[in-house]
Ligand binder design. Structure first.
Ligand code: ZN
Ligand code: ZN
Length: 249
């Protein structure tokens, strides 16, 4: 299984650095995981978007979903109007996207087959099995555990704070892609529903993840310091999600 980073900027995009978007591929299966701002253009640098098998969108925040609108336009009005692509989403997201576009004759639901998931749900997309947890975030948000046919596991925290039981998705994961929005002491962070780099490292150690890759860093922060803070609590070297990077899980 291969993970390609399309974008990893936390909350807003910066020049050359889209927000959350990942491409997960295994044995001919391609899944676009989070469709944050800027990630659709980045996706087109990597594959033909017509070859996607499905989308997984973790939550309704713009830095995780907004480029699905451009994707819809490209598919619907780019010569494949009859195409229907599964989009695996949490509760409420499809309604928000439909409302944004308005016109029912041009509904995004004519291109995307929305399938709503909650805690513990499981879905098979080609050769990859996805399981979902609800994370510690103010809107319904799906944490993801993706298992390849080989048994290799990628876990993705999406956006989350440390509360709740979502971290089971990362138990023993070969690669844990975990948000690390902030730096410094956890009790001084600006908002409870994101993690510090130190918290990401602690959780990764607790669930015995083999490898930790931090993502969704606040754009103004020094990423090297985030990596250092995560390594301090994880106890092992930590990778940083950088657009264009592609790693074998
Ligand atoms: Zn976010
Ligand atoms: Zn969010």
């Amino acid at each position: 299984m291969r993970l390609t980073i399309l974008g990893s900027s936390g909350t807003y995009s910066t020049p050359g650095h889209p927000t959350s978007g990942y491409l997960l591929q295994d044995e001919g299966t391609s899944v676009w995981l989070d469709t944050g701002s800027g990630s659709f253009a980045a996706l087109q640098n990597v594959i033909d978007f017509n070859s996607l098998d499905a989308l997984v969108i973790t939550h309704v925040h713009a830095d995780h979903c907004i480029d699905v609108l451009g994707f819809y336009h490209a598919v619907r009005y780019g010569g494949r109007p009859e195409t229907i692509i599964p989009a695996h989403v949490p509760a409420g997201l499809a309604e928000r996207l439909k409302a944004f576009l308005g016109d029912p004759d041009h509904s995004i639901a004519k291109t995307l087959d929305f399938r709503v998931h909650g805690e513990g749900d499981r879905v098979q997309i080609g050769g990859i099995e996805f399981r979902f947890a609800i994370t510690d975030h103010p809107v319904p948000t799906l944490g993801v555990r993706a298992t390849a046919q080989s048994g290799r596991v990628l876990a993705y925290s999406a956006d989350t704070g440390p509360q709740g039981s979502w971290s089971w998705i990362a138990e023993g994961a070969n690669l844990f892609l975990c948000e690390a929005t902030y730096q410094g002491p956890a009790d001084e962070k600006p908002w409870a529903h994101h993690l510090t780099a130190g918290e990401a490292g602690l959780i990764a150690r607790r669930v015995k993840a083999q490898t930790l890759m931090v993502t969704h860093l606040w754009p103004a922060l020094d990423p090297e310091l985030s990596v250092q803070e995560a390594e301090h609590t994880f106890g092992k070297p930590v990778m940083l999600a950088v657009p264009g990077m592609s790693v074998k899980v």
